[in-house]
Design a protein around this ligand. Structure first.
Ligand code: HAH
Length: 331
């Protein structure tokens, strides 16, 4: 009955509800039971990123990724792979030759291809979706693609190449372009332009990942709806891949240890709006994943302000539902 239903059960007829975890979560029986109760999809917060999983050219760290995939298989959870090509947490060796000089475009693309073949190939049939390219669009007005080492060495070609390699490695995997700030009109239109360019060139991009690192006052319902409609007009599906709702409205708010009643109220209203909108667009949305498990720890505790405790999720530090949880399941 009502009490033993988890978050995923309330959305069983809408879309999978996922969570980003670390292998350590699976070693604690209370936490792993909590994860299985509320979620039916997993994303590795770090262990499948390029540097963690492939720290040296001839060495892979499969342990953490294997543990998460095995847990998912044993418990009937889906797995989203994150992420095959990104400018952050990428291993230095990939971009430099033995003399410490930047490698050529051909060398870098060949290293990317081998990385993707090895990683996607290992989990073929176990990981149903991949964030193939993460955050390639620039935040700078007037600049289209982020001036990363990927772009400096390859130009825009690394993006299409990554998707083609991933599709060759697992033709059944759903391939995502993933980014943040995808509701701000400037970035939204650049993400749209990139996706349209790739789709028009028959690049195997199947969906767009809206990271969803939002706050109590962003995005507005209007901007969220406009973004969903714009991406949907490309004929592709979308997911919210890294959802959290920061209680701070800017990066300068003084560090505060408490979660105030006012922030709680605003967070309830924002979560209610978000999930009401997600439910309305259930035919365009194929998953909602939260970034981190509970307010016990969030990556936002150290970003963008180091040491500023945040309270962005539906469960408190004791894994108990917050008021926002009840707003999300009350429909
Ligand atoms: O919201 C942002 C603002 C600026 C840079 C990056 C991001 C988000 N970047 C995300 C956050 C945490 C990482 O663990 C994820 O892999 C990454 O996709």
């Amino acid at each position: 009955q009502h009490t033993d239903k988890g978050l995923k059960d309330f959305y069983a007829n809408y879309f999978p509800i996922g969570v980003a975890i670390t292998p350590r979560h699976l070693q604690d029986s209370a936490t792993s039971a909590f994860i299985v109760r509320h979620f039916n999809s997993l994303t590795a917060e770090n262990v499948m990123k390029m540097e963690p999983i492939h720290p040296e050219e001839n060495r892979y760290n499969w342990g953490g990724a294997d543990a998460i995939v095995q847990f998912a298989t044993e418990n009937g959870l889906k797995v989203r792979g994150h992420t095959l090509c990104w400018h952050n947490q990428a291993p230095k060796w990939m971009f430099y030759d033995a003399n410490g000089k930047l490698v050529s475009k051909d060398v870098l693309l060949d290293r990317l291809r081998k990385h993707i073949y090895d990683v996607v190939g290992r989990y073929k049939g176990k990981i149903y979706a991949w964030d193939v390219v993460n955050e390639a669009i620039s935040d700078q007005p007037g600049e289209f693609l982020r001036n990363s080492l990927w772009y400096q060495i390859c130009g825009e070609d690394f993006i299409a190449a990554a998707f083609r390699y991933a599709h060759e490695a697992d033709p059944d995997a759903v391939l995502f372009y993933n980014d943040y700030g995808t509701e701000f009109p400037g970035k939204r239109d650049k993400v749209y332009r990139l996706l349209k360019t790739l789709l028009d060139a028959n690049v195997p991009v199947h969906a767009v990942g809206l990271q969803g690192h939002w706050s109590i006052n962003d995005p507005t319902k209007e901007l969220l709806v406009a973004a969903i409609e714009k991406y949907a007009s490309l004929g592709i599906k979308m997911q919210v891949t890294e959802l959290d709702v920061s209680v701070y409205t800017n990066n300068n708010m003084p560090e505060q240890r408490s979660f105030t009643a006012e922030q709680d109220q605003l967070q309830q209203q924002q979560y209610a709006m978000l999930f009401e909108t997600f439910r309305k667009y259930r035919d365009k949305i194929t998953g909602i994943t939260f970034w981190n498990v509970s307010d016990r720890f969030s990556w936002l505790d150290n970003f963008p302000v180091r040491g500023r405790k945040n309270y962005p999720l539906l469960f408190d530090a004791n894994l108990q539902p917050k008021k926002s949880f009840w707003k999300v399941i009350d429909f």
